[in-house]
Write a protein that binds this ligand. Structure first.
Ligand code: NAD
Ligand code: 2HG
Length: 409
């Protein structure tokens, strides 16, 4: 598939799930006015219709970009996840079609850490159950099951951007912090790494999960792991719903093994705010249930809008793919005085040589060349004399192994 870069007002940007206005502002400031904006996510059929002629799509965690949807999005050039998680996108399929996927790896991490810390304090004090009782007209004024955070042990599973910030915040309250991670991590503050999940579970008063959704983290916490937690301890998950066996968690709470839990993410989440939320945890007074809002603060959403829209604009304008999660990363400054060509190809021996040969035979002068590869694809960016851009694109199209080629204006 080869294409000339379109006029900016012909480039369709599909924004879903109410991404922040800051994203729209970034696109508009960069000259992109053809924006289709939806407040909610779209089901597969509606999504296929809306994405069919879109060049860029922006989404959050609800929209599923499956292999099937991506295959039918014939014009799609780039995907922006306006969040951290990218598990809702079939990254391999996007790569196969030569489509980079961008996200915002930092912008909402502080928001999650703050929420989790607040939940830990509330749960240690038994507040959710006292709050629920008061709403029913009951008055639970006593100190039973009510503890300070000071001196308690917080166990963090997944000591990344969120886990580390949570650890530091918890230490300011006088909590002791231990963590379990598959990587050896530099402990911040006085945190200590433990080397088995069992040591973490049995050694903590509050356990909080901050791992990504992967094959290894699926059902990472089930009945066996919950039984390894201390009696009367607290469990928090604001990572991904697939990580925890929810019926097993509900049993552990009902049997009074755990004193309480806060759950922000669920294996199946309602598609929109109008759909019913169904969970075996409903009705349990000592469980805080939140609708996947760990990262939903106005500060975070505004920053995410700016960050991800900025990355899509840079890719559209300059071909820069820095921080793409599924794609060779090429950092490029703005080009002036030359035509820039983007060529995405299957990573097989000889593709670059063939492009260079074809250009040499046609007398096309290469002013600059940048190449990066992953196991499966190669991404080469070339600059040629301005009057030779169209001819160069025609030559690129003929190269065997081409997935996409694009000429920037
Ligand atoms: N609730 C929300 O609104 C919300 C907001 C932001 C992020 N999240 C979720 O939180 C996750 C974590 O975010 P982050 O920014 O801290 O990510 P991160 O990539 O910085 O950290 C994840 C950590 O988990 C570790 N890890 C991976 N697999 C593991 C395993 N099997 N066992 C133990 N450790 C493992 C990694 O080594 C890494 O240190 C995200 O992937 C996202 O799914 C949720
Ligand atoms: O905003 C969302 O829908 C997802 C938030 C969070 O889970 C993330 O991955 O950043």
């Amino acid at each position: 598939m080869a294409q000339y870069s379109l006029e900016k007002d012909k480039i369709k940007i599909l924004l879903l799930e109410g991404v922040h206005q800051s994203a729209v502002d970034v696109f508009q400031r960069a000259g992109y006015s053809n924006i289709e904006y939806h407040k909610a996510s779209l089901g597969e059929e509606a999504l296929q219709t809306a994405i069919k002629d879109a060049h860029f799509v922006g989404l959050r965690s609800r929209t599923q970009l499956t292999d099937n949807v991506i295959a039918k999005a014939e014009k799609l050039v780039g995907i922006g996840c306006f969040c951290i998680g990218t598990n809702q996108v079939n990254l391999k399929a996007a790569e196969k079609h030569g489509i980079p996927v961008f996200n915002a790896p930092f912008s909402n991490t502080r928001s999650v850490a703050e929420l989790v810390l607040g939940q830990a304090i509330m749960l240690l004090r038994g507040i959710p159950k006292r709050n629920a009782a008061a709403h029913r007209g009951e008055w639970l004024k006593n100190a039973i099951g009510s503890f300070e955070a000071r001196g308690k042990t917080l166990g963090v599973i997944g000591y990344g951007h969120i886990g580390t910030q949570l650890g530091i915040l918890a230490e300011t309250l006088g909590m002791r912090v231990i963590f379990f991670d598959i990587e050896d991590k530099l402990p911040l503050g006085n945190a200590q790494q433990v080397h088995t999940i069992e040591a973490l579970l049995s050694g903590s008063d509050v356990v909080s999960l901050h791992v990504p959704e992967t094959k290894q983290t699926k059902d990472m916490i089930g009945a066996k792991e919950l039984a390894q937690m201390r009696k009367g301890s607290i469990f928090i998950n604001a990572s991904r719903g697939t990580v925890v066996d929810i019926p097993a968690l509900a049993s552990s709470i009902k049997e009074n093994h755990l004193a309480g839990a806060a759950i922000d993410v669920f294996p199946v989440e309602p598609k929109s705010n109008n759909d019913e939320f169904i969970s075996p945890l409903r009705g349990l007074d000592n469980v805080i249930l939140t609708p996947h809002v760990g990262g939903s603060t106005l500060e975070a959403q505004e920053n995410i809008g700016i960050e991800v829209a900025g990355k899509l604009v840079k890719y559209s304008d300059n071909g820069s793919t820095m921080t793409a999660v599924n794609f060779p990363e090429v950092s490029l400054a703005q080009h002036t005085g030359t035509s820039r060509l983007l060529h995405i190809h299957h990573n097989r021996p000889g593709v670059l040589i063939k492009i260079n040969q074809a250009f040499a035979e046609q007398g096309i002068n290469i002013a600059a060349q940048y190449l990066q590869t992953t196991i499966d694809i190669g991404y080469v960016v070339m600059e040629v004399d301005s009057d030779q851009g169209s001819k160069a694109l025609e030559q690129m199209k003929l190269i065997e192994g081409t997935i996409r080629a694009r000429l920037l204006r």
